[in-house]
Every structure is written in structure tokens, then in C-alpha cells.
Design a protein around this ligand. Structure first.
Ligand code: KIV
Length: 270
């Protein structure tokens, strides 16, 4: 029996029922297929592609064309999971018109079902403009990696009263602007709990404790494929780096020692 594609309505229903939402990033066909077949609810084609795939030290250099390329690869795996395209730095910053045009590219060219934008009160008009055009929006507040230079680094947000109040206002603004869900990144667990109770839309946490309506992690972090900085909230569920290293070393050794290819892997004219 084929199960129906997951929609934004399912996520709202999951919050109401108290079923946890699972989200993971993917940037290509094979991993999107593995994750969706495993049963994940949402695949985020994250601009984290800039860090984990392209090797940049931030997400800022990632372009719209790169995001569309990765979104198309993910969508070609025909995932049951909802596909969210992450709007990169400067794709929604200049004008409302440009924001709507770029958001539309994720659906029209990429084949995603929804988009994600970073920010709160400062982008509420942009979120409203996109949702008014029937393009569903996932918000993202707290540690917003595209704001790394304003924040002075990748730092936990909402640690003092003023910034807690600001995050509560941001969360409400994102919901009021029409978003169907919001990512809460790197904020204290008790603040995430309060925001989750306050909002009617689901919250999806990354470094925001156990009381969010769902959880998201970056695929390279889960699979042990990350180089460099590993935040406290990352749990490594596997180590594909070791598996890849062992496989390639065996290939190298077999070729050098004349053990590959054997007859099994060779064409012969009878
Ligand atoms: O780009 C990304 O992977 C993200 C997640 C960290 C939520 O925005």
C-alpha cells in the first residue's frame, strides 16, 4: 500500500495529536530516498549545504541556483516526506517582489512543497507576501545562521530576559504572518517549551530541548560525515566517514595487490 504524501496539514494534525515531527536535511537523490523510505516526515533542503557539502565556513555564499539544483535532486527521489526548500541569504532580503519570485522558484523549478525563511518580526511582511501567494512558509528563529555576523558567531540565543522576550515576539509574528511551522534553533529548552505552548503551529527544534513538537538535525551530523565544529545538540547516530574510509582503503589495497578485478567483475568474449 502506498502511503499518501505528507502535507503541511499533517504537521498541524501531528501537533494537535502530540505525535512528534521528524525532519532531516538532504541535498541529493540517494539520501533523500533513504530518509523518506525510512519514514522521516520532512526533508529540508537546507542552505547548510554550504557548510556540509560545499565546504564554506558559513551559509552566506549559497546561491538560489545552487539551492534549486539540490532541491531538484531531492525531489527526483519522489519522497513521501514533505520537501522544504531553504531560501538562501539575499534571496528574500532586497524586496517583497524578489522574495515571492525566489520562493516561487522552489515550487515551480525545484518541485518543493514549501519554503523556509530565517527571521521574525523583521521579515513578517515577507512571510505574509509569500503565504498570500499560496506558497507555504516554515519560519526559523533563534540562532539564524544567515545572521552570523550580527550575532557575533554561532551563539545560543535567548539567554537573557530581553532576548527571551524578543524571541517570543518573533515566534508570534511568524505565526501571525501565516507560517505553518517554525524552527527554533539553539535556544534554552524552557523558552522553547513556552513558545511551543503559546503557538498553534508546530515548533521544530534543533538545540531547543525535548518539548518542541518535532526535531531536526543536519544529515551529515547524524551520519558522522561532518568536519570541524560540532555543536552540543548534535547526536551522531552512525559513522559513514569510517565506513567510507574502510571501503576505499580496501579498494586501493585490492587494486595494488592485483586482487581486483577478479573474473566476476570482468567481461570475456567466449
Ligand atoms: O540549513 C539548515 O540545515 C537549517 C537547519 C539547521 C534547520 O536551517
Amino acid at each position: 500500500m502506498t502511503q499518501d504524501k505528507i502535507t503541511i496539514l499533517d504537521l498541524g494534525r501531528m501537533k494537535a495529536e502530540g505525535s512528534k515531527i521528524t525532519m532531516i536535511t538532504a541535498y541529493d537523490y540517494p539520501f533523500a530516498k533513504i530518509f523518506s523510505d525510512a519514514g522521516v516526515d520532512v526533508i529540508l533542503v537546507g542552505d547548510s549545504v554550504g557548510n556540509v557539502f560545499s565546504g564554506y565556513d558559513s551559509t552566506l555564499p549559497v546561491t538560489m541556483d545552487e539551492m534549486i539544483y539540490h532541491t531538484k535532486a531531492v525531489v527526483r527521489s519522489n519522497p513521501r516526506a514533505l520537501v522544504v526548500g531553504d531560501m538562501p541569504f539575499m534571496s528574500y532580503h532586497v524586496s517583497t517582489e524578489e522574495t515571492v519570485r525566489n520562493a516561487g522558484r522552489f515550487l515551480k523549478e525545484g518541485g518543493a512543497q514549501t519554503v523556509k525563511l530565517e527571521g521574525g518580526i523583521n521579515i513578517k511582511e515577507r512571510i505574509k507576501a509569500v503565504t498570500d501567494m499560496d506558497i507555504p512558509v516554515m519560519g526559523h528563529i533563534g540562532l539564524t545562521p544567515q545572521s552570523v555576523h550580527r550575532m557575533g558567531g554561532f551563539k545560543v540565543q535567548g539567554k537573557d530576559d530581553k532576548s527571551r522576550r524578543k524571541l517570543i515576539e518573533d515566534a508570534q509574528a511568524v505565526e501571525d504572518a501565516g507560517a505553518y511551522a517554525v524552527v527554533l534553533e539553539a535556544i534554552p529548552a524552557d523558552l522553547a517549551k513556552d513558545i511551543t505552548a503559546m503557538l498553534t503551529i508546530p515548533t521544530i527544534g534543533i538545540g531547543a530541548g525535548a518539548d518542541c513538537d518535532g526535531q531536526v538535525l543536519v544529515m551529515h551530523d547524524i551520519l558522522g560525515l561532518t568536519y570541524g565544529r560540532r555543536p552540543k545538540f548534535v547526536k551522531e547516530y552512525g559513522n559513514l566517514k569510517e565506513a567510507a574510509d574502510a571501503s576505499v582503503k580496501e579498494f586501493i589495497a585490492e587494486v595494488r595487490e592485483g586482487r581486483f578485478p577478479t573474473a566476476e567483475y570482468t567481461y570475456e568474449v567466449k
